[in-house]
Design a protein around this ligand. Structure first.
Ligand code: ATR
Length: 281
């Protein structure tokens, strides 16, 4: 009898992870037989590498990796995809039969696909404003730049971190950086992405509302049962703009991981809706 393939998301804390529910729905949709769990790693008792080697020894086929282990996973992998290398963080591990471990980062493509496929807004020829310069933003820049926006401006509370990222990702696309006060405003931004963790504290990055346009798409990488404070701020100042939260990014990164493991990419829109319904219930 064949053993069922096992996968898991590892992190700490992990109890509220939506990943098991998302992957169960993917498996149903694509008729795949697999088990997917959430496993908390207490790194003080069991170091990340040791915990992952134990799961590999048990026959697990792959892992999703979340806070605070994305850098540990980056170091752990034997091989890295190009997007994991540029993100310098890994959220998906694939355990090959020969014992080699591939590390990938599907966060950026999850965001890009959510905006392009579900938000129906292509990045090509768009003016993009990104708020924040931490790990989350570092992970999305390369896949976003590949979609050829006209320009990207990164604004951050600590301007030096934004400038460092702009320098690192400099290339064909114009990429600039500043603190909040110095964000160039005219003629407004087509796509504005909040990649700070400010929404967790119910705070809005103090940017001027003039960066909003009538048809801006405003995206918060955070999500919750209610629209985030950042989405509410955008709607208050520009009622016609489109707002999206980061639930689609979460489902999108999971879909890419699922594809990497199973060779089939699930359709995400219906799954996003099901998860949203369960969050608001
Ligand atoms: P993550 O992995 O979620 O990106 P991180 O690397 O700690 O976490 O980065 C958090 C980001 O949110 C940073 O850009 C941070 O700004 P600083 O670089 O100045 O620290 C930003 N951030 C956190 N709290 C914020 C707040 N209350 N207002 C504005 N920006 C905030």
């Amino acid at each position: 009898m064949n053993q069922i393939d096992c996968y898991a998301v590892v992190g700490n804390p992990i109890a509220h992870s939506k990943s098991p529910q998302i992957h169960r729905l993917f498996a149903e949709q694509t008729n795949q037989e697999l088990v997917y769990e959430a496993i908390r790693i207490d790194a003080e008792k069991t170091p990340f590498n040791y915990a992952v080697r134990q799961l590999m020894a048990k026959g697990y086929k792959g892992l999703n990796v979340t806070v605070p282990f994305k850098l540990d996973a980056f170091d752990f992998a034997d091989e890295l995809t190009a997007r994991a290398q540029t993100a310098q963080a890994v959220n998906t591990l694939v355990f090959h039969d020969d014992g080699k471990v591939l590390g990938d980062n599907t966060d950026g493509i999850g965001l890009v696909n959510d905006i392009e496929l579900n938000g129906k807004r292509l990045f090509k020829n768009q003016r993009v404003l990104i708020l924040g310069a931490g790990g989350a933003v570092q992970g999305i820049l390369q896949p976003l730049l590949e979609k050829q926006p006209i320009c990207v401006h990164i604004a951050n509370r600590t301007a030096a971190k934004a400038e460092e990222l702009a320098q690192r990702f400099a290339g064909d696309i114009s990429i600039t950086a500043s603190g909040w006060e110095e964000v160039p405003l005219k003629p407004g931004y087509d796509i504005i992405i909040n990649g700070t963790s400010a929404s967790l504290e119910n705070k809005v990055p103090p940017i001027q509302e003039d960066c909003l346009k009538l048809d801006s798409l405003v995206y918060d990488m955070m999500y919750g049962a209610e629209p985030t404070v950042f989405m509410a701020w955008a709607k208050q100042h520009q009622p016609d703009c489109t707002v999206m939260d980061g639930l689609g990014m979460l489902v999108g990164q999971a879909a890419e991981a699922f594809n990497l493991w199973r060779g089939v990419r699930p359709e995400t829109a219906s799954i996003i809706q099901q998860i949203r319904d369960s969050i608001s219930a």
